[in-house]
Design a protein around this ligand. Sequence first.
Ligand code: ADP
Length: 186
Amino acid sequence: MGPPGAGKGTQAKFIADHFGIPAISTGDIFRANVSQGTPLGVEAKRYMDAGEYVPDEVTNRMVRNRIDEPDAAHGFLLDGYPRTLAQVEELDGMIKFTGHELDGVVVLTVDSEEIVQRLLQRAQTEGRADDTEDVIRRRQEVYVEQTQPLIEVYKERGVVHEIDGLGEVDDVTKRIFDALEVVRES
Ligand code: ADP
């Protein structure tokens, strides 16, 4: 978890590679659907372009289908989900059903000015439709209103690892791995 631009996607791949599990990014799945013009993509695009969350019902159904895939049978890492209280509850139900357990929640903390700079930079290199300055600001607001409170929910469960997300990518990865007490092979 962490605000838009905190580096979740980048770090998610390293963690998932280490554990040999898929990194499931709701943002990536939405974007793939948008570029393929699927009905899900058409629906999601309206919200994404405005910096708003896609409705829970749509997002939940998509995640449920994704974790049903065989590659997720032995575990998975979620990137960008859950983002609302309704999604937390849905996830609880899903993993109860599949027999998984929530091992940990990695929270990346970053300074908001740093974030805006990163996102504006990403806008130039990747050209994402939702990386305009107004939309970036709206995404930060939505995060603070809807997603930040969820950190407390998971803290009460004792599963949160708070990680300083500032600095070089590799340093952040190292902090995460130290917190998760994993030994890197390379
Ligand atoms: P970022 O972390 O930079 O906001 P993401 O790629 O995670 O980017 O998400 C992009 C957009 O996809 C979000 O702004 C939102 O519209 C939608 N989205 C992604 N995950 C969710 C979710 N769990 N619930 C609702 N909408 C989501």
